[in-house]
Design a protein around this ligand. Sequence first.
Ligand code: G4P
Length: 504
Amino acid sequence: MVKTTNEYKNRVTFAIISHPDAGKTTLTEQLLLHGGVIRQAGTVKGRGSNKMASSDWMAIEQQRGISVTSSVLQFDYAGKRINILDTPGHEDFSEDTYRTLMAVDSAVMVIDSAKGIEPQTRRLFEIVAKRKIPVFTFFNKLDRDGRQAFDLVDELEKTLGIEACPMNWPVGSGQLLQGIYDLQADKLIKYSHTKELDQSVYDEAQTEIELLKEAGNKLDEDKVMYGRQTPVFFGSALANFGVEQFLNEYLKYAPAPSEKPTIDQQEIQPDDPQFTAFVFKIQANMNPNHRDRIAFVRIVSGNFVKGMEVTLARNGKKLKLSNVTEFLADERENIQNAVPGDIIGLYDTGNFQIGDSIFSGKKRVEFEPLPTFTPDLFNRVLAKDVMKQKTYHKGINQLVQEGTVQLFQSWRGQEYILGAVGQLQFEVFQFRMANEYNSQVIFEPIGKKIARWIDPEDLDEKMNSSRSLLMRDRKGDPVILFENQFSLNWFADKYPNVKLQAKL
Ligand code: G4P
């Protein structure tokens, strides 16, 4: 049996959540600079992919490696090993983001101080809040004229329903930014780029700080651990101002890897010597000549040792984990071992699916499934060339296993319908089918907008009609696709005892 160590306790595994343009990439870069990974800002690959039009995104995706290498960034800082998991900023890929958030132990929420809470921030926060994991807030772009700090904190508390605890406080902003006041150390950190010194700004901030000291929320580590309070920082990622204080304080309070629930209500602890892990993301490999992919695996317990044998919980298949990669710095390195909290990349030839659990030894461990989303965009998919059925089916299967789109199949028969949360998912699917599987696909709109799952016991094939299509999902569970709310209501009236269930 492999010895466990306490090494996992120095792991900090997190994701940054934000609305596009709030400064996630810039902050990530600054963190990498502090970690000594890069020497110059502006070098993170895939930068700006959030704002890209779909065609740009395709081009990037075509070169593959870019999004693979920037998916996980690992570096060492102040005695900690940090794993930052990247999440696509574009809302069309939110399914991917949500799954990645299942693999982190905390989240950093970046907010543009001029804009406050934006829609994508709120959506992502809701997912994080469901998991009750710690969230740390960074109000960015303090070097620009923004909203009043009190106003921002108030909005955060009200719209997200979480208590905020300011860790520092801005002294001015924009042209008049003088510095930030470190409320923990009780000292001013001066902003060196200040053009105008302004006494009235100091005085105003002084009054606010006094008020905070008297009436503001006190840091409550228990509340932070359960996601009920968020420590709040102000700064400017671009000017590298307040970033170091943020990083140091964050690392002080960020949680180490914790336990994870299984489908039979067990909790697997990180110090359990049995190796257990789960797949939260699958991405096609950089080399277009090979069909292999990388499965991103989060270690939950035990130590990973290169070459170890594991069992895939879904089908009992035994696999030897020899072809592995980790994401240290910006170069992928072949690793020998890894501990709970770490993310490893397994080269995969088609064994893994999103959400799979793997374990060493005999005790079967299967973690709770990753969340599925209720798609609201649907297309029937067909192969343009009917002679190429084999590659068509292979492509669909693999891309569905990667979570590119959701697949529904008619209850009887071979009809395929794809479901997605964002239109871009279809475009990526079509593009990749053509490029990687040499299969041109055609989409046909089906005029359905709502998907609801039903209990297999309630299933009656008479439920299938032109207004309510009876389908099976990837796992074989029955789903009904409705034309609109009207046809859903009509169905609900006809089958009052059938529970119609939505996913997230
Ligand atoms: P994202 O990943 O969250 O989408 O945001 P990103 O870091 O790409 O930042 C979006 C824009 O905001 C960039 O400007 C970036 O330079 C700017 N920005 C980030 N942090 C700060 C900050 O603290 N202060 C100020 N003033 N700006 C900031 P851009 O013009 O869109 O891109 P670029 O051409 O500068 O790269």
